[in-house]
Design a protein around this ligand. Structure first.
Ligand SMILES: O=C(O)Cc1cc(O)ccc1O
Ligand SMILES: [Fe+2]
Length: 455
């Protein structure tokens, strides 16, 4: 039997298991959860009258006719149908949250770029006003591509709610702690964890510990999924049981409130008289989820050579072209390096995909200097990059015993689409003008002899 608890105004069921308090384990599972006993209809979706006088409502995350292994939807049993949480919309400006296509003729996106951590300002900023778009790619109108953002949040949303009709959001905190009070339950999030907020899900973001800064990948396309493991088999990388979806939680609160909707790159606000977080029970497989990056089990080379970074894919959002992702979310975390006679850091390369990286903590092996926690870099489509001079020197002269890469957690949003810098990224954010100088001192070692000149 569930117990009831009150958490930031939300009533939720607890006691499912001490191990997963407040959350249910699994990725893409068909979950069922109720904050009041008997609120969920059994064996059917639409009884003539729902228990407790609730309304039944379906939230569709894929087309009704999507193949069954991809089909996602959730049935909600709520105090009011969502249409009562909506009304006449007024357009509002959210100037720092940009959406593709967003090609600024005054901005040059072709290049290798790196930014220091974007500093907090004195201004109180919420999840919506504190979102700073760095790059956009693809096209929201045709539901392809993505945007990368930095969030700087110091203020909780009060009687104020948000949802994105354009996208699902992958949230990667770097500093501070946030609470996502959503229609389907509560997710608390801190650095070393990530969360996925599905398209269309209404939520409010509270600051548990501020200031909060982190990275967001806004996915306009098909949803993030776990990559196939191929010959790796049934285990390793991200394991399904380590993903956690919140149990049902609801508010029965009548108070003047606002709901902001991101729709086709524009923001609209409506005023309502109650909290829209009124889902008492739900079942389905379209739901928010969080994941602890420390449970990611990296698999790599154990004799020689540096594998492609796809070996570290946590989540992949398909593009429709097999093997070519709209977005891969890739994690470079602590691991052992044991490869013999190998240049161990990332090789020098040009990539048809574009690579947006961020540092969560520690140092990244290819860039021991200048890429601090909170920093971001962009190596755009077909633009050459690789280890800086310090990393090259170390890697070519080190004794190659087993070495633990410790205190390191960086990630990459890799997309098949070129990324365009926003005006904010090009002109306001702390761009490192001298970034490309990090390759300046790479020497010529060729002297015509097979040994080369390593002096
Ligand atoms: O450029 C980078 O640092 C990211 C990266 C890491 C790696 O191990 C291999 C290829 C790659 O693009
Ligand atoms: Fe790269």
């Amino acid at each position: 039997m569930n117990e009831m608890t009150k958490l930031s105004g939300l009533t939720r069921a607890t006691g499912i298991s001490a191990l997963h308090e407040g959350y249910m384990p699994g990725f893409g599972n068909d979950f069922e959860t109720e904050a009041l006993p008997g609120a969920l209809p059994e064996g059917r979706n639409s009884p003539q009258k729902c228990a407790y006088g609730l309304y039944g409502e379906q939230l569709s995350g894929t087309a009704f006719t999507a193949p069954s292994h991809q089909n996602e939807r959730t049935w909600c049993y709520r105090i009011r149908p969502s249409v009562k949480h909506s009304g006449r919309y007024e357009k509002i400006d959210v100037p720092y949250w940009a959406t593709a296509p967003n090609v600024d003729p005054d901005v040059i996106s072709l290049g290798q770029y790196r930014w220091n951590p974007v500093p907090h300002s004195d201004q109180p900023l919420t999840w919506v006003t504190g979102m700073r778009t760095m790059t956009t790619a693809g096209d929201v109108y045709t539901q392809v591509g993505m945007a990368s953002h930095i969030y700087l949040v110091t203020q909780s949303m009060q009687d104020d709610y948000f949802y994105s009709a354009d996208s699902e959001l992958l949230v990667v905190p770097q500093e501070g702690r946030l609470r996502f009070a959503t229609e389907l339950g509560v997710i608390d999030l801190e650095p070393k964890e990530i969360a996925i907020l599905p398209r269309g899900l209404v939520y409010r973001v509270e600051v548990l510990e501020g200031p909060a800064r982190g990275f967001v990948c806004e996915n306009y396309g098909q949803k993030f999924d776990l990559p196939g493991r191929g010959p790796i088999g049934a285990n390793g990388m991200a394991n399904r049981r380590d993903f956690k979806t919140p149990v049902a939680a609801f508010e029965d609160r009548e108070t003047p409130s606002t709901v902001t909707i991101k729709w086709q790159g524009q923001f609209h606000r409506t005023r309502i008289g109650h909290s829209p977080l009124d889902v008492v029970a739900w079942h389905g497989n379209y739901a928010p989820v969080k994941y602890d990056l420390r449970t990611y089990c990296p698999i790599g080379a154990i004799l020689f050579d540096h594998p492609d970074p796809s070996i570290f894919t946590v989540l992949t959002a398909p593009s429709g072209v097999e093997g070519t992702a709209n977005i891969d979310f890739v994690l470079f975390r602590e691991r052992w390096m044991t490869m013999e006679d190998t240049f161990r850091p990332p090789w020098y390369h040009k990539n048809v995909m574009s690579e947006l990286m961020g540092n969560i903590y520690g140092a990244y092996d290819a860039k021991p200097n200048g890429f601090a926690p909170g920093a971001m870099s962009l190596h755009n489509m077909m633009l050459p990059h690789g280890p800086d001079n310090t990393a090259f020197e170390k890697a070519t002269h080190d004794d190659l015993g087993p070495e633990k890469l410790d205190n390191t957690m960086s990630f990459m949003f890799e997309t098949r689409f070129p990324q365009h810098l926003t005006r904010f990224a090009a002109q306001e954010a702390p761009l490192q003008d001298d970034y490309i100088d990090c390759w300046d001192s790479l020497k010529k070692h060729f002297d015509g002899t097979p040994e080369g000149n390593w002096d």
